[in-house]
Design a binder for this molecule. Structure first.
Ligand SMILES: [Zn+2]
Length: 183
């Protein structure tokens, strides 16, 4: 399937799960040197392919004002691990609540073990959209994390496909709800 069509489909699903509202959150896919990513200020609930653009990883993209403000975070995730082919970033209140409580979210269930595989680190608050946030996420992804919580902000998941990154963000949401009801 066309990459932008695939992103449009998953962007809509993420909004349906209420993991973001308005123009919040962003998603991307990597195909060799190209990254397909959400545009700034686009509401993924619209489900339009026009909300996504592609950039060349080997070229300077930082001056492109059309790009999502969290583009550095996505690029850092791709640079951290070769197996990362998709990145999802959301603003779920359950994830933010858990991020307030822990520095590391340990497994809450067998589902967590099967899908997230690894414990989920929780970062201190770092300015959204900054290079500092991108580097901090990149460090955790490089250490093997498949998802990272961010205080006062949300979370990011990675996968070898958009399907896997989506399953992981859903598993993280469910783990956070379980944690909040059992702690
Ligand atoms: Zn954000």
């Amino acid at each position: 399937m066309d990459k932008r069509r695939l992103l449009a489909e998953y962007g809509k699903k993420i909004c349906g799960e209420k993991l973001v509202i308005g123009a919040g959150g962003n998603i991307s896919l990597r195909n060799e040197d190209r990254v397909y990513i959400k545009k700034a200020n686009f509401n993924m609930a619209e489900g339009s392919v026009e909300g996504y653009i592609d950039i060349d990883l080997t070229e300077k993209y930082s001056l492109n004002k059309e790009l999502s403000s969290e583009t550095p975070l996505h690029i850092a995730s791709y640079e951290a691990r070769e197996d990362v082919k998709a990145v999802i970033h959301v603003h779920s209140p359950f994830m933010i609540a858990v991020a307030h409580k822990v520095t590391l979210l340990r497994s809450t269930s067998y589902e967590f073990d099967c899908i997230l595989k690894k414990e989920v680190p929780s970062l201190e608050y770092i300015q959204p959209g900054s290079e500092d946030l991108a580097s901090a996420v990149g460090v955790d992804i490089k250490r093997g994390a498949n998802a990272v919580l961010m205080k006062r902000h949300g979370a990011v998941s990675v996968g070898d496909s958009i399907e896997q990154a989506y399953l992981r963000i859903l598993a993280l949401e469910r783990a956070c709800i379980t944690f909040l009801h059992s702690s």
